[in-house]
Design a binder for this molecule. Structure first.
Ligand code: FAD
Length: 106
């Protein structure tokens, strides 16, 4: 299996890219899909200690998916929870769209 770091980087790329494409005004069905997807993802993620902690995170802070901005912020907070646990720098969630959707402005 892929090592935990490579798997993690690839997975965050997938998740943040899904958030970047999530509608600004999602239908009830789209909101339900993303919540189900995150729940299933947390059960199938092939790093079992990671998966257990992520399931616990979802119980503490259930998916918020009322808009792209809301889901992007929720996911950024979830990623920061893992960053904190691993002693990595906390990412500024105000920069989430620039990192994952629109590209950096400078
Ligand atoms: P990553 O954390 O993979 O981040 C990739 C890029 O995303 C960064 O370079 C940065 O540009 C950007 N970024 C960073 N933080 C944020 C943020 N908050 N919001 C938006 N963008 C951001 N590893 C373990 O060892 N133990 C675990 O329990 C564990 N749990 C995980 C749970 C999940 C659901 C996932 C997807 C991964 C988990 N990982 C875990 C892997 C870990 O999070 C990292 O992916 C891995 O350590 C590689 O880190 P990295 O430094 O390359 O950057």
């Amino acid at each position: 299996p892929a090592d935990v770091e490579t798997l993690g980087r690839s997975s965050w790329t997938l998740l943040h890219t899904i958030a970047a494409q999530y509608p600004e005004t999602p239908s009830a069905g789209q909101q339900s899909d993303i919540k189900q997807f995150m729940g299933l993802f947390s059960r199938l993620y092939p790093c079992w200690v990671c998966a257990e902690d992520f399931q616990a995170y979802l119980r503490r802070d259930p998916v918020r998916a009322g808009s792209r901005g809301e889901f992007g912020k929720w996911l950024c907070d979830a990623h920061n929870d893992v960053n904190k646990k691993l002693g990595k720098p906390i990412f500024d969630c105000g920069l989430w769209e620039q990192r994952w959707r629109t590209g950096w402005k400078d």
